[in-house]
Design a protein around this ligand. Structure first.
Ligand SMILES: Nc1ncnc2c1ncn2[C@@H]1O[C@H](COP(=O)(O)OP(=O)(O)OP(=O)(O)O)[C@@H](O)[C@H]1O
Length: 85
């Protein structure tokens, strides 16, 4: 099994550090701009997933849809919401 690349300090790997290297201010800006643009369907999914997070229920969600219908857009809003807290 291949090992994940290590950082210089050997305590984590750079892929995780890269994921954690975000600006909460920029995330808030994204939320401010894009939350109101969600379609009704996107908002329904957004609310359902955030409820599972907020209530500590967790779960697995499979989001399916044609190309360009906003799956990544929704994922970015969900991650921005959670990370900006
Ligand atoms: N509700 C929305 N309001 C404004 N723009 C949106 C909305 N939903 C999606 N978009 C925009 O539409 C484009 C396509 O969306 P996105 O990349 O999220 O689709 P996708 O479902 O992930 O596509 P693919 O399956 O091809 O990766 C992007 O530029 C995105 O910002």
């Amino acid at each position: 099994m291949p090992k994940l690349p290590k950082t210089r300090t050997q305590d984590s790997n750079f892929l995780i550090l890269d994921e954690r290297n975000y600006s909460p201010e920029l995330l808030l800006q994204t939320l401010d701009q894009d939350c109101r643009k969600m379609t009704d369907e996107q908002k329904k999914v957004y609310d359902e997933i955030l409820s599972a997070v907020d209530d500590g229920i967790g779960g697995m969600f499979f989001l399916d849809g044609f190309g360009g219908t906003g799956k990544t857009f929704l994922w970015k809003l969900l991650s921005a919401t959670i990370r900006s807290r």
